[in-house]
Design a protein around this ligand. Structure first.
Ligand SMILES: Cc1ncc(COP(=O)(O)O)c(C=O)c1O
Ligand SMILES: N[C@@H](CCOP(=O)(O)O)C(=O)O
Length: 471
């Protein structure tokens, strides 16, 4: 199994190289050269098996011989052993053929843990084998940063720098990044938006001298390792509801398009996915794109679902590549137009193909509040604002009542206590093991969205840079 860039660079990388690289050197994203397929019998065989075992079966065709299966299995068992629910990603039924897939039982209470706990251990394993160090710079609108800090803190092979938009994330999200005391984790409050943070990370990857000096890596969903680990829960949820013998639909709260793209990966592998519903808040670039074919960035608006306050959705490039017939020149032209003018038009055939599997809608702030209130009242179910965006959109969707709809619940409501309380009057509390989070001292640096200044900070935090300089 090897990986190629969506922008056409000739290099072909194995899984480990693609995972350590993060972004391709031509600015593209790695995708598998071909799609592995799982037979219906293999998928049916996932029923009743522990999450970690299913993870190994789904991920191993993408890893090939780059990591020994025995190591992959050991690492998966360790990673998912850190979850507080025995099922790891349990399903909760809310209505007739309406289910919530709870992805927030990991250490930082968000779906990012499902991939990050695995990817951190895989990276650590291969870096130790090679005797190498790396520096990870991660852009976060709140959750990826905390998950990365938690998964990598204290690891000798890796330094992590998290860039978050100053004042635009919840207190709990910020504290998860800023309170750990380990020397290898650092947080920068960037004076800008998440899109600025993500653009800075990509610019650092495209600055090759800097990239090589700090041995830069990334664990945003530009990293293929993240995507493939997120594909696993589509399988566990679908099989629990009767796949592969019936089709299953998913509604996914969406920002960077990583999570819903993982559903697309599952469908490419043979899972009978009926529909992937892209749910956005008022930062609705993806909903607009699927409706009109015009991908057009606008000013980002702060909402009660801050992790989805995103305009440039990185992983949409992977879907474009696939639906443009894997034509890297076309993708290059479209991405060039985005960089130049902040917009591009999705080619007609590509849009048609996208619409065969994807639909999309948005929920505004009033709808999100009403959704949180209604589920609390009707079912005593407390949804976080991101989950509420998806629940609201799932309700608007024209559904075949015979097809189960699974709504991905991507964060624990206690990460957004103020927003939830304002919507329904109930303030969700942190679990016991995190109850001292509000009392811990914080450590972060405020910097402008200036590439040179951020690079300077990252270089000074990077032990890989110091190793390379012979210090
Ligand atoms: C809680 C939560 N929900 C939804 C999303 C959107 O996921 P994606 O960026 O993969 O589309 C994010 C951020 O990634 C998030 O943190
Ligand atoms: N919503 C994310 C933004 C980054 O997304 P990623 O999946 O590409 O890491 C966050 O909460 O940080």
């Amino acid at each position: 199994m090897h990986y190629i860039s969506t922008r056409g660079a000739p290099a072909r990388l194995d899984f480990v190289e693609a995972m350590l690289s993060g972004l391709a050197r031509d600015g593209g994203l790695y995708v598998p050269y071909s799609w592995p397929r799982l037979s219906p019998a293999t998928i049916a065989g996932f029923a009743g098996r522990p999450y970690a075992e299913v993870a190994v079966e789904v991920i191993k065709p993408f890893v090939g011989s780059a990591i020994a299966e025995v190591d992959l299995a050991r690492i998966a068992h360790e990673a998912y052993g850190s979850f507080r629910h025995p099922a790891v990603a349990p399903l909760v039924q809310l209505g007739d053929n309406l289910f919530v897939l709870e992805l927030f039982h990991g250490p930082t209470l968000a779906f990012k843990d499902l991939a990050m706990q695995l990817v951190a251990r895989l990276m650590d394993h291969v870096l130790k084998q090679r005797g190498e160090r790396t520096t990870i710079v991660v852009a976060t609108s709140g959750d990826t940063g905390g998950a990365a800090v938690e998964a990598f803190r204290g690891r000798d092979q890796v330094d992590v720098v998290a860039l978050y938009p100053h004042g635009r994330i919840s207190d709990v999200q910020r504290r998860m990044m800023t309170t750990p005391t380990d020397d290898n984790v650092h947080s920068i409050a960037v004076e800008g938006t998440f899109d600025d943070c993500q653009a800075l990370v990509k610019a650092m990857f495209n600055h090759h001298a800097f990239r090589d000096r700090v041995r830069l890596s990334g664990v945003n969903s530009i990293n293929w390792g993240r995507i493939v680990a997120q594909a696993v829960y589509y399988f566990t949820a679908a099989v629990a509801l009767g796949a592969p013998h019936r089709r299953i639909a998913f509604t996914v709260p969406t920002g960077n398009f990583g999570d819903v793209y993982a559903g697309y990966v599952a469908s490419k592998m043979g899972l009978p996915v009926d529909r992937l519903v892209v749910a956005t808040n008022v930062n609705d670039i993806l909903a607009r794109t699927l409706a009109t074919g015009d991908y057009e960035t606008r000013q980002v608006v702060a909402t009660s679902s801050p992790s989805m306050d995103i305009q440039v959705s990185s992983n949409f490039e992977r879907l474009l590549y696939e639906t443009c017939g894997r034509d890297a020149a076309k993708v290059n032209a479209l991405m060039g137009s985005l960089a130049q003018s902040g917009r591009f038009s999705v080619p007609g055939e590509a849009l048609k193909e996208m619409r065969t599997l994807f639909s999309a809608d948005r929920a505004d702030e009033q709808e999100v509040d009403a959704e949180i209130r209604a589920w609390m009242k009707e079912a005593s179910y407390c949804a976080d604002p991101h989950t509420a965006v998806a629940l609201a959109v799932a309700e608007k969707e024209t559904r075949d009542p015979k097809v189960p709809m699974v709504v991905l619940s991507t964060a624990h409501p206690a990460k957004f206590p103020d927003a939830v309380k304002a919507a329904c009057g109930v303030e969700p509390g942190l679990p016991d093991w995190l109850s001292d989070l509000p009392n811990k001292a914080e450590r972060f640096t405020v910097l402008p969205a200036d590439q040179a200044k951020i690079e300077q900070f990252v270089a000074s935090a990077s032990r890989a840079a110091r190793d390379g300089a012979g210090v």
